[in-house]
Design a protein around this ligand. Structure first.
Ligand code: UGA
Length: 302
């Protein structure tokens, strides 16, 4: 699908990835309109999301709809839409246990299924934000798309279920879906519950930094602009039904992250080791061969 003259819907447009994708789309004058949808789930405060939205709202080609995918009039919303960047979700690996799981099944699984149903008639293209958390505690790294997914968090289970739904809607009804398994995305507007945001804020404010476990866990941290590139490439060139790993290409431990942060600040950090968090995987590392070969993905920020 060409983005030139396209009308696109971005779900979760007020969030970290949704607002970053919307911003990039609006920077391309050939994109006709960006419809941003967000329900302002209370996982983190609305004022941060409003701040993400502010520059978008200033653009005449941006139309914002405050609605929840669970009860929005999706056929009406999708009317002239050519493609959907589906970023809306209840986020958070470590918060998905207990009674809050109902929010994950509603906002991640059911909401995605409603969206896919609405995309059936017009076979609207969908790029779905999946997650490295679907792999779970695998011993084999790098992680390959064909590895057996074994999520260790309820969040990972919900993201995997929605990914499977995307594949099913391609196979059964010809809805062109592409799933991107993001590997821990960081950068401007990162969610306030995520490691880089928490670490940097605590360091600046002189508060203790809490590490879950010994800090030797590693992540294939991915810079947000690379994740945005991947979304645009997936919309334009992704193979219907495909699943692609999207990783930054460097596997770094939490301890290494904090050493770098300490160097940049030029002073020692006040680090506290806490208990390991339930649902956290030990290592992630993406094999991005498929995304490189099929959509030309090449991360530019190490
Ligand atoms: C992130 C996102 O939060 C998920 O939404 C996303 O689906 C997932 O990446 C993914 O790649 O699939 P996570 O890897 O836990 O999950 O990202 P961070 O919150 O940035 O945590 C990175 C590492 O820092 C983890 O090992 C975590 O245990 C650690 N951490 C985090 C701490 O030691 N202390 C903290 O205060 C926060």
């Amino acid at each position: 699908m060409q983005l030139e003259h396209a009308i696109v819907l971005v779900t979760g447009a007020a969030g970290f990835l949704g607002s970053s994708i919307s911003e990039r789309l609006l920077a391309d004058p050939s994109v006709e309109e960006v419809v941003g949808l967000d329900a302002f789930l209370d996982y983190y405060p609305r004022d941060r999301k409003e701040a993400n939205l502010a520059p978008l709202r200033a653009d005449r080609r941006f139309r914002f709809v405050e609605a929840n995918l669970l009860d929005a009039d999706l056929p009406a919303l999708l009317g002239a839409v050519d493609g959907v960047f589906h970023q809306a979700a209840q986020a958070g690996v470590r918060a998905s246990w207990g009674a809050s799981f109902a929010i994950y099944t509603d906002c991640n699984i059911l909401a995605t299924q409603r969206l896919l149903e609405a995309c059936r008639a017009a076979r609207t293209r969908v790029v779905y934000a999946s997650s490295s958390s679907i792999y779970g505690e695998t011993r084999k790294i790098p992680m390959h798309e064909d590895d057996l997914p074994q999520p260790v968090s309820p969040y990972g289970v919900s993201k995997l279920a929605a990914e499977h739904l995307c594949v099913l809607y391609t196979k059964n009804f010809g809805v062109p879906t592409v799933s991107l398994r993001y590997f821990t995305v960081y950068g401007p507007r990162q969610r306030p519950d995520m490691a880089f945001h928490k670490f940097i804020r605590a360091a600046i404010e002189g508060r203790p930094i809490e590490i879950y476990g010994d800090g030797e866990q590693t992540r294939d941290f991915t810079f947000v602009s690379d994740a945005v590139d991947a979304n645009l490439a997936a919309m334009e060139r992704g193979r219907p039904g495909a699943v692609y790993n999207i990783g930054g290409g460097s596997r770094v431990s939490v301890n290494e992250v904090l050493a770098t942060l300490g160097e940049l600040l030029g002073r020692p950090l006040d680090i506290r080791n806490m208990a390991r968090a339930q649902g956290d995987v030990t290592h992630t590392y993406a094999d991005t061969t498929r995304a490189r070969g099929e959509i030309g993905f090449a991360p530019r920020v190490a």
